[in-house]
Design a protein around this ligand. Structure first.
Ligand code: HEM
Length: 399
């Protein structure tokens, strides 16, 4: 007999307006909950969300491949990417791409990230009243991923449209949206295939060339594997990092004492960023599919069910974090949030994202004495998966 679990509609406007009250209720339920519109089983407690993420045998990431290829779209290279692979295939791909993300690659990038951050911050402060998503928070990660892959800067302006279309796949409903997404997949495929071919002919000091050179146990990545990885990397590297920087700026505006502290001592910035990651995670949920009948915290989950790890809720779990609803940089266990995932799929770009956010804040706080949000209510992006400001109109008061 199927258990009756409490069902919550995560897309109910009242829930969207105040998710943390609902997450707290979900955490107090005896087992898991069901959520609409996915009809998924949702783990709101830290322990359950982590249990799902660290058990790829029973909670498969193939769920992501299924959602990336709805019937109206057809083959989508991202469906074959690392993030939707389970063991043992995941380990081989991860070992191959890991190297390109190693300390050498990151060190190569650091000076460039600092330079772009300084330029963008300088221009934004000069304008004083400025919308920061377009002027700063999106442009920095967009340019960084472009440099990382050695792409032609004249093509960077396409990336926003591409990543918006890729992010829309699971929720696209109108024929026009379907048409646009089909077009973008074709356009990205043509562009990235040409990049791979060019690097094969003439390798350089960039990640695509590193990926072409990578070898584990005598095997290289195939061109299809590299294409899938680039399809994943382009949006993954931009959207989430942009939201992290945007969320951090909102909290610098809300807590001027932290802006002052960061100006006085740069060492405060990484602590501050870590708390922003916990408190307003740019990714609010992870998606899995149960490979067999499973029992978790007393809830029976039938094989084939969609399962969500609610990271946004886990990061506020009172069983792990003291006073979880207070924003307290430097708190105990502050870096134990699940924002970058957990286990085999732990975010490959975590160090890069932290470095970009640190450079962005260092550049900004050294130039401003205060940041004022021009609209007191933040206009958040719709939905849950990606969490951050849709627009960020601010006044930057020069130091
Ligand atoms: C604040 C920024 C970021 C956040 C919050 C974030 C979050 C995540 C999370 C939660 C996962 C695991 C997903 C799962 O288990 O299903 C993940 C995986 C991944 N992320 Fe990030 N990410 C960020 C930035 C980046 C950047 C900058 C890059 C690359 C340039 C990147 C590349 C990846 C890749 C390739 C994976 C797949 C790893 C695997 O499957 O083994 N991410 N990220």
């Amino acid at each position: 007999m199927e258990e009756t679990l409490r069902t919550y509609n995560l897309f109910d406007p009242a829930v969207l307006a105040d998710p943390h009250t609902v997450f707290a209720k979900m955490r107090s339920e005896p087992g898991l909950c069901r959520v609409e519109p996915f009809g998924a089983y949702a783990a709101a407690r830290y322990e359950d969300a982590a249990a799902i993420l660290k058990d790829p045998q029973r909670f498969s990431s193939e769920a992501l491949a299924i959602t990336a290829e709805p019937s109206w779209l057809g083959p989508n290279p991202v469906a074959q990417a690392l993030i939707s692979k389970d063991p043992p295939n995941h380990a081989r791909l991860r070992a191959l791409v890991n190297r390109a993300f190693g300390p050498t690659g990151m060190a190569r990038l650091e000076a460039q990230v600092r330079k772009v951050s300084e330029e963008l911050a300088e221009a934004a402060v000069r304008r004083r009243e400025v919308e920061l998503v377009d002027a700063f928070t999106f442009i920095l990660p967009r340019n960084v991923i472009g440099y990382l892959l050695g792409l032609d800067p004249s093509t960077f302006s396409n990336f926003k449209r591409w990543s918006l279309a890729m992010g829309l796949i699971t929720s696209a409903t109108t024929p026009e949206q379907h048409e646009e997404i089909r077009f973008v997949v074709k356009e990205m495929k043509a562009y990235l295939t040409a990049v791979i071919e060019a690097r094969r002919r003439q390798p350089g000091e960039d990640m695509v060339s590193d990926l072409l050179r990578a070898e584990v146990d005598g095997r290289n990545l195939t061109d299809e594997e590299i294409l899938s990885f680039l399809f994943l990397l382009l949006p993954a590297g931009m959207e989430t990092t942009s939201q992290l920087i945007g969320n951090a700026i909102i909290y610098l505006a809300r807590y001027p004492e932290h802006l002052a502290q960061a100006r006085e001592d740069k060492a405060h910035i990484p602590r501050f960023i870590e708390e922003v990651l916990r408190y307003e995670s740019p990714i609010q949920l992870n998606f899995r599919i149960a490979t067999q009948d499973v029992e978790l915290s007393g809830t029976k989950i039938p094989a084939g069910s969609f399962v969500l790890g609610l990271v946004g809720s886990a990061n506020r779990d009172e069983r792990v974090f003291e006073q979880p609803d207070r924003f307290l940089p430097g708190r105990e266990k502050g870096n134990q949030h699940l924002t970058f995932g957990y286990g085999i799929h732990f975010c490959l770009g975590a160090q890069l994202a932290r470095m970009e956010a640190r450079m962005a804040l260092e550049a900004l706080v050294s130039r401003v004495s205060s940041i004022r949000l021009r609209s007191p209510e933040v206009q958040w992006l719709p939905g849950y998966t990606i969490h951050g400001p849709a627009v960020l109109p601010v006044e930057l008061v020069p130091a």
